[in-house]
Structures are given as C-alpha cells and as structure tokens.
Design a protein. Sequence first.
Length: 225
Amino acid sequence: MKINTSYLVLKTNKKIKQDASKLRGYIGNQFDYPLLHNHYAGDKILYSYPLVQYHVIDGQASILGIEEGADLLKDIADDITELKLSDSYYKVEDMEILDDEINVSTSNREYHYKFISPWMALNKNNFEKFEKIDNWKDRKVFLNKILTGNILSMAKGLGIIVDRRLYPKTRLDFTNANYKSVNMVAFTGEFRVRFRIPDYFGFGKGVSHGFGTVVRVPDEEVNEE
C-alpha cells in the first residue's frame, strides 16, 4: 500500500539540547490541531498509530507526517519560525521538507533496519513476563513477538493488510529511556523483517515522542556475522 509522508527538518541557529517530547509539546501548543499531539477528540482516540512523530537527532529537530499528518505538516511548516523549549530559544533559520510516497507492505525478502532511538518494547504487563524469563534466547523470542505486534499495530492503524508472517530476527542490547520523567527499560540494536518500513517510523511506547525510530540499513552497510 502506498503511504504519503512528509519529513520536515528544522535547521536552527544552534543545536537543540532538549528531547523530542519538548518539541512535541511546543508545536502542539502553538497550533490548535489535535493531530499534532494525538490527544483525545471527545471520547475517542484520534489514531492508534501517531500520524505526526517528533524527533531530535544529533541536535536537529525534525517532524514526520504520515497521510493526514503529512498534509497538516505542509500547512504549518512556514509558520514555524522559532522553537521555545524549556528555558531555551532557537531560531529556525531554514527548513527542508521531503515529500515521498512509499510502499509499506509485507515482502518476500528481508529488510534490515536499526533503531536510532531507544525502543520501549515493554509495558507494565509484559515487563513482568519478560523479567520471569531466565535466559536471553527465550527473552529474544519474546521481544521478537512484541516487535511483530508493533508492526501489525502500525499496519492496522494505517489500513494496511498483513497477509503473511514477518519472521523478525533481532540483535538487541539493553539501554534506558526517560519517558514522562520515568526511567524505562529499553533496547537498541538492529533487526531484519519481511516488511517494508519507511525511514523514521517509530514502534513501541512513546512513538510520537521520538522513541523506537528506525531507519533502513543499506545493503552495503550490512555486517554479516
């Protein structure tokens, strides 16, 4: 299925030291569109998968818009002239917006991805189950199932039909992530899966805050064990 995306890169006068949650809070407060913060509309959740996702990568702010989120991002981009994040002020000196139409679907071949921000795979319930598993091999199987579930949830939220098994293979390491002032167990690393995922899509908890963001690893960068 073809998915329209826009990726807005904000070029500021200095590197941003705050995280993506601060960027999300500022943009959401500046523009009165519920889609920008994925909050409730009446008693309904707007989308199961966030259509606007915020990132701060190496000190540079960027925002991913998907489908309706892409249209909205293009509407507001010219009005983002500054960022006020916590006690810091940043002037937006330039910006670049990259539009794309991407095939997001299952595949007969494996694609290789890496997390460029911590993947928060575990919620309260599955964390307790994870802790009870006493060897890494079984923990990895458990995490692979969670990753599959994350991809299926994303696909469902975007109306994409998944008609075959995804066969994920992961290489993961433990890390920590601060989410809403709570220190969370998270993971870094890489995975292969029979599914086409656009760059900068996120998975797990805190997707709109920039967690669990993936990019594809080009074939020439793959280090085979």
